[in-house]
Design a protein around this ligand. Sequence first.
Ligand SMILES: Cc1ncc(COP(=O)(O)O)c(C=O)c1O
Length: 498
Amino acid sequence: MSAADDNRLTAPGSDPAGSSESAALRPGTGSRLDRYLPRYAARAHSMTSSEIRALFAVASRPEVVSLAGGMPNLADLPLDAVGELAADLIAGSGRQSLQYGSGQGEPFLRELICDVMAVSGISAHADDVVVTVGSQQALDLVTRIFCDPGDVVVAEAPSYVGALGVFRSYQVGVAHVEMDDDGLIPELLDQALTALQAAGRRVKFLYTIPTFHNPAGVSLAPDRRREVARICREHDVFVVEDDPYGLLGFDATVHRPLRADDPDNVLYLGSFSKTFAPGTRIGWVLAPHGVREKLVLAQESATLCPPILSQHLIGRYLQTQDWMSQIKVFREMYRERRDAMLDSLSELMPAIHPDIRWTVPGGGFYVWLTLPAGMDAKAMQPRALSARVAYVSGTAFFADGFGSRSMRLSYCHPTPDRIREGVRRLAGVIRAETDIRALFGASSPDVLTDRQDQRGAAAAPDVAEGERAAPDPSVVRHGVRPGVRHGGDADGPGPATR
Ligand SMILES: Cc1ncc(COP(=O)(O)O)c(C=O)c1O
């Protein structure tokens, strides 16, 4: 959808909840931008474009170093080999690979997906795998079959922006639970589930990205994995484990997915977007047997079947190429970029302010950087774009407006040199901000912004609704302050990553 389309859905200044003063919303009147506006279903009003999409047009200009997007880097993909496979597939067996297929996905690919999952310790049967249009569609199908409007999903703080969009579109509330450098904090998860259930909220599942988190860059420690699984079981809440980056670790460690040890209470989501190519749009869900059946029905009503040409291409690729070696090539390429970012941050940031913190990812695509108290990464964004560097403000990764002190920096796409240049530009912007704050002290606009954020923390509803609900005073926010706690922070217990 283009920016213009976005405007049509939520015209600036319009009030989708309905206001008698808004001519645009009087039944049957529409607006000059979109005469269909009054006709949309309630769930369409909760669909808004993500901050990342809004940034995309500017961030993709060549003069801007984009640390914003999370596009996998395909520079090392063996295109000749993939091209030959594609040609063979069409010339040799086009009548099958261009035909409709099964709603559950091609049986031979589902077998191969089980081999891929076995690398991280999951033992699974192909019958329990449902192929999807990327793991994004898996998120959509899972939410569709389990969630009614007003239900609650528990998610990390911060969480994947695409998942938040899905939850919002199904009018599902999100309760965020804090992380530290070892991932989700089990005691806070326990507290959150206890409080939500005591308040009579219908908590459907925990949505978690335990390995190489997007956007936080951290991974759930092994002992915490057991704890999180136990807590969810005790509260009779299942887990949706989203694991697109699991094989992209920078050392030999393979993090054991929660699903490997808890097959009955975890729905596992996988994807070929980061380990092969996102344009094929192939992901999957591994689900307990009964759920599998409902997912196939939902898949058939959504697409009839996932794209068969892509499934055959990936299947052939896995059968004929040394895909594990290719994943190692990707890991190396991303590790070099991660190192470029971390080295530049260590070189430049401490001299600007000792309280600038960032996570140290062991894999995946992202670093989560938190500014000193009183600063606002969202307000700083236009200045950063003027300095020709782009990042995503932390607020994109919260359903409830928190995260303004943080930003996501992605290192997956630019070259190491461009990453260094991007961090240098960013450092200049942050330095200018801290200088302004030093000059104006407590009357600096950013200080006010931070105070407002803190007031928001006290008053904010714990559960951010798809359709924003009234604050729920019976539950407090689960954690001391929004976002990932970093080692070395006064109020954060985690290991000192930086
Ligand atoms: C955590 C997470 N889940 C799901 C997705 C969706 O991936 P895809 O639909 O390409 O498989 C992404 C993409 O960036 C992601 O980061």
